[in-house]
Structures are given as C-alpha cells and as structure tokens.
Design a protein around this ligand. Structure first.
Ligand code: UDP
Length: 330
C-alpha cells in the first residue's frame, strides 16, 4: 500500500511510520514540524508542509498516489485547548477539512482518523463503549467529535470510508528504543514522572486528589503506542471489506490512578520519585476507561502490552537512553 501519514513526525505518527515500513508499505510523512521532529521520521519519504496551507497540500498530492491516509496531525492537549480554543478549531477541524477536500478531489477513499476518548466527556458508566453518549467537556474533545461528524457526512455524500479510533491514553515507547515520546514542553503524566525520576524536571505535580475515584486522583486507561499502531493496520484491512464510517475505542480496559502510575513507575526505576499534590487541571474528567471489545470483535485487535509496568519500562528505556546519549554527546 501507499500510505500518507499526516503528522508522522509526532509521537504516535512516528511509531506508525515505523510499523508501516516494517510491514512492507510505502510511506510518505507530511508534517509541519510544529510539535514533531524531523529526526523522528526515519523511514519513507518526508514532505514538510501544513494542512492549513493550500499550496503545501497541492504539492503533496501532485504526482503521488495514496491508497489510504492516516491522520495524526492535531493539537492534543486538553489544558491548552481550554486556554486557546482557536488554535484547536483551526488545526484540528479546518486542517482536517482541507485534507478531506484534497482526498475527495483525488478520489482517495480510505481514511484512518486519530480520535480520542475526550469525545465522551464525563462518562456515565465505569467502562466506556462506543454507544456511550458523546458529550465532550473541553475544546480538544469537541474538535475530535466535529471531525467524526464531518466524516459521517463525507462518507454519505462523497464515499470517503473511514475508521475513527478513539484513543485512551497513549503511553510507552518503541521497544527497540528508536523512538519515544518527546513533547516540548512535556505535559503528559508518564514522561513527567520519568523526567522527575531522572532529575530532568521538577518534582511531579499531581493535578488534584479530590476526584471521586478510589484514591482521589484521576483514573486513565494507558495503552502502549505499538498496540495503538497495530490497530491502525487492522483498521485498514477492516475498511477493505467493510466500507462505511466506523468508530472504535482503543484502550486496555483497565484504569490506573495518577498515584498508581507513580507507584508503578517507582517500581520500574527502583527508587521513590518526588511529587506534590497541586490544584486540578481544568478540563480533566475524573475517570476514562475503555471497553475496547468492539475492536476485538470486528477486526481481531487485542493489546499485547497489558502490564502497566512493562508499558512504563519501554518509556523509561527511551527516556534514560536520551539522557545517557546527551551525556555522551551522541
Ligand atoms: N497528570 C498529572 N501530572 C502531570 C501530568 C498529568 O497529575 O504532570 C494527570 C492529569 O491530570 C490526568 C492524567 O495525569 O488526570 C493523565 O494526563 P495526561 O496529560 O498524561 O493525558 P490526558 O488524560 O490529558 O490525555
């Protein structure tokens, strides 16, 4: 297959590019490098450009044929989306609209979209399946839901078939150590814990311990990055035989509180990690845990990394090797 990976220089996209390449597919990464890194695109062709720039898009599609488009380019921070919603509506909604318009013109009919558990807002049951009401509580989640709605209309009217994958919390790193999570500034829990452990950052700030959860801290479902990526490959196969507009959750089905993740990380690194409780972060729901049985039933996907310690260990290997690399000047 010829695959266009929009956002292939970012955390999830770069792992996807590696997996596609390993599976023998031709990959083109399109990325504006606003949050991704050129050094993370190690396989296939790289085209620098922006989904908001029509000239960049025309150049990208000219002379190239794609069988499928995977779309990872998005702003994805809940807190930032509350502070600056314009950035989110522009990048996540208008950028995706521009991409779909190019696909329509060129009759490219397969689209895999990185959606998010943020579309559910505050869930009404402990484990969320795809039939839960969507009621996002922050602009980030609203942009993801708007794209899902756009995809329904584009399928009905223009025949663009799609799978939207609602990710729970992507975590961990390439088990071979070639790629990892490199956000700057880092806002995510596991990298922040590991940075605190490495003395690279301040002590970990736990955002609120007064939620209605077992220990008062937020509960999330952490899924290994390679498990997320393998679901995308399965989703493409699924679309071949099941045209339409589909939505699937991707998660492990177990929830861990912030304090539990901290404890698991302390086990992995073998020492206590400095932390303190601070105010809640706005836009955070108390609990988000997936029921991902639909993805298993429909396209035979199952996460391989089910042990939170092993997920954290892949991230730890990556973060500690980065520090070692810097110390050795490599
Ligand atoms: N969190 C935290 N301290 C941090 C980063 C995150 O307490 O430095 C909490 C955050 O409030 C949320 C959970 O950890 O409840 C996961 O946050 P993350 O930003 O990793 O992912 P999100 O759930 O926002 O996609």
């Amino acid at each position: 297959m010829n695959v266009l990976v929009c956002g292939g220089a970012g955390y999830i996209g770069s792992h996807m590019v590696k997996m596609l390449h390993r599976a023998g597919h031709e990959v083109v990464t399109f990325d504006n490098l606003s949050t991704g890194y050129r050094h993370a695109v190690k396989w296939g062709e790289f085209v620098r450009g922006d989904l908001l720039n029509q000239t960049d898009l025309v150049k990208l599609f000219q002379g190239r044929h794609f069988d499928v488009v995977m779309h990872f380019s998005a702003r994805s921070l809940v807190g930032e989306s509350v502070q600056n919603p314009a950035l989110y509506y522009r990048n996540n909604v208008i950028g995706t609209f521009n991409l779909l318009e190019e696909m329509r013109k060129r009759k490219i009919g397969k689209f895999i979209f990185s959606s998010s558990a943020a579309v559910y807002g505050n869930p009404v049951t402990d484990r969320i399946d795809e039939n839960q009401p969507t009621n996002p509580i922050n602009p980030y989640g609203r942009t993801k839901l708007m794209v899902e709605q756009m995809l329904k209309d584009f399928e009905a009217a223009f025949g663009i078939n799609s799978v939207s994958l609602r990710y729970f919390n992507a975590a961990g790193a390439d088990p071979e150590g070639e790629l990892g999570e490199e956000h700057n500034p880092e806002t995510h829990l596991i990298p922040n814990i590991l940075k605190a452990a490495l003395g690279q950052g301040p002590e970990l700030k736990i955002f609120g311990d007064d939620y209605d959860t077992r220990d008062g801290t937020c509960v999330r479902d952490y899924i290994h990055i390679n498990d997320l990526c393998s679901a995308h490959l399965k989703a493409v196969e699924y679309l071949e035989n099941n045209p339409g507009c589909h939505v699937f959750n991707l998660g492990n089905g177990s929830g861990f509180s912030v304090k539990e993740i901290l404890q698991a990380a302390e086990q992995v690194v073998g020492k206590p990690i400095a932390h303190k409780i601070v105010e809640r972060r706005s836009g955070d729901p108390a609990t988000l845990v997936a029921d991902a049985s639909c993805a298993t039933a429909h396209f035979g996907w199952k996460p391989g990394f089910t042990d939170i310690g092993k997920i954290i260990a892949t991230a730890w290997d990556f973060h500690s090797s980065q520090v070692l690399g810097r110390a050795q000047g490599t």
